[in-house]
Write a protein that binds this ligand. Structure first.
Ligand code: GLC
Length: 505
């Protein structure tokens, strides 16, 4: 059987603004990513996903696209992008780009024309607003000069497209072709359950990401992904698409992952699970029985970093749990999505001053919500201030890094076998080797309370979410542990990969 590359791929999310700055303006860019590709090859990932780098006024960090076929000068040029793809492919790394089809920027030529009264039907204009709220806070409608209102489920600078207009559909097929022709291996689809809104735009009681909501997940959206799939399949080299699909059940999620639709969807149920063996086991069982191609993710540019989510009053718990959850996730069948900086054990930066914050969530909630800047603080490459090697010379990065980033920098961790970076490198190298000989299934073993033991053929993964050390299950060798083992015992907040003779698998 031909196993497509993406089925078990480890994909590394690059939030371009915060990864590496080559131009020296304090903002990450494509040449910065290109310079660091060898680091990603050495880390052992299979693919990178680049967040939007298209021309944008940056009302939402680039998720407000003014031109879907270009590169913002802040991030480089189209030639920089092409060079990045060539280099990545040369190093054996695939490249996914972000596509933002639910809305454009208010600076997009179509929206500018719509404001002048030309082609308003490409967006959602109404004489009177309904009661929908923006996901970032406040009403989802903004009034224009002639009195009409336009819909924006996110920032006012992100008007929603009207996907009932065939011109929108045709335009996005063409945008996909543009990037496929430039060699991209696939797309991450932003707000993939958005796009269509219920006819008549009825008022809502509950606007959460429920499938029954008139705001999200209208059935017509599946037709879009069927057309996109046909296009992807027409290109050589197993091009793929992964959807950012927020749903309230895995059954709803699975509706997007079909042989004639998306290849994958992010599995936010795993990211949202509390530190609990019951919750972990349920998400694993439900995912594997419901979604044909599983994915796993713990952090991304929209959520509090998982090290901080797992923190307790006991210092050190967050990092120990983050490492244990990662090892568990990498043992599961399917593909894993990592977020830049988690391999360094970066925490959420929770004390950014208000004047440094840039996320529209902070502003639209009038400062009631901190927003997502805390997980977007630029990566520390070296110990040296002011930017820890993020920008050249003495340039300050676009978001301030805390002093603690020096100790967490790549330079500091490289070669230190106890570091989180070296732990990730070992885990990814062992995983690559294991994948050749383990089945795409999980079997549970009996385990003490608070602990999970599962096997995939010769691999046994154990994670201790309880409060006491427990004996390891029978094994022949220890492949890797997320923290120190104590005399054959698995301490709390620790996971381990063990190997046993394959005949017992
Ligand atoms: C997605 C992105 C997020 C963005 C939003 C609107 O959820 O991941 O960063 O703000 O879409 O485009």
């Amino acid at each position: 059987m031909n196993i497509p590359w993406w089925r078990d791929a480890v994909v590394y999310e690059i939030y371009v603004r915060s990864f590496a700055d080559a131009s020296g303006d304090g903002v990450g860019d494509l040449p910065g990513v290109r310079e660091r590709l060898p680091y990603l090859r050495d880390l052992g990932v299979d693919a990178i996903w680049l967040t939007p780098f298209y021309p944008s006024p940056m009302a939402d960090g680039g998720y407000d696209v003014a031109d879907y076929r270009g590169v913002d000068p802040l991030f480089g040029t189209l030639a920089d992008f092409e060079a990045l793809v060539t280099d990545a492919h040369g190093l054996g790394l695939r490249v996914l780009v972000d596509i933002v089809p639910n809305h454009s920027s208010s600076e997009h030529a179509w929206f500018q024309a719509a404001l002048r009264g030309d082609g308003r039907d490409r967006y959602v204009f109404r004489d009177r607003p309904n009661n929908w709220q923006s996901t970032f806070g406040g009403p989802a409608w903004t009034q224009v000069e002639d009195g009409q209102y336009y819909l924006h489920l996110f920032a006012p600078g992100q008007p929603d497209f009207n996907w009932r207009n065939p011109e929108v559909h045709a335009e996005f097929l063409d945008v996909l072709r543009f990037w496929l022709d430039r060699g991209v291996d696939g797309f991450r689809i932003d707000v993939a359950m958005g796009l269509y809104k219920a006819e008549g735009l009825p008022d809502v009681g509950d606007q959460s990401f429920t499938t029954s909501s008139p705001v999200w997940g209208q059935p017509e959206v599946h037709g879009v992904y069927r057309d996109w799939r046909r296009l992807l399949d027409a290109y050589p080299g197993e091009r793929m698409a992964v959807g950012e699909v927020w749903t309230d059940s895995l059954e709803d999620l699975a509706r997007y992952v079909r042989p004639d639709e998306l290849h994958q969807s992010f599995n936010f149920a795993w990211l949202e699970a509390p530190w609990s063996p019951t919750a972990f086991r349920k998400v694993i069982d439900d995912t594997l029985s419901t979604v044909p191609f599983a994915t796993w993710v713990l952090s991304n540019h929209d959520v509090v970093r998982h090290r901080t989510r797992y923190e307790t009053a006991d210092p050190g718990t967050g990092l120990a749990r983050a490492r244990a959850a990662l090892l568990t996730m990498l043992a599961l069948p399917g593909s894993a999505y990592l977020y830049q900086g988690e391999e360094l054990g970066l925490p959420e930066v929770t004390d950014l001053p208000a004047e440094a914050r840039q996320d529209p969530v902070f502003f639209q909630s009038e400062g009631k919500l901190p927003g997502r800047d805390g997980c977007r603080v630029p990566i520390p490459w070296t110990v040296d201030p002011p930017s820890h090697g993020f920008s050249p010379g003495g340039v300050e990065p676009w978001l301030p890094q805390p002093a603690t980033f020096a100790e967490l920098s790549v330079d500091k961790q490289e070669g230190d076998s106890d570091s989180t970076l070296e732990f990730y490198r070992r885990a990814l190298a062992i995983r690559r080797d294991l994948l050749r000989r383990i089945p795409y299934t999980v079997e549970w073993l009996d385990s003490p309370e608070g602990v999970l033991f599962f096997t995939r053929g010769p691999l046994i993964c154990a994670i201790n979410c309880g409060t006491h050390a427990v004996p390891l299950p029978g094994h022949d060798s220890v492949l890797l542990a997320s923290g120190p083992l104590r005399r054959g015992m698995l301490p709390p907040d620790t996971a381990v990969w063990l190997e046993r003779g394959s005949q017992t698998g």
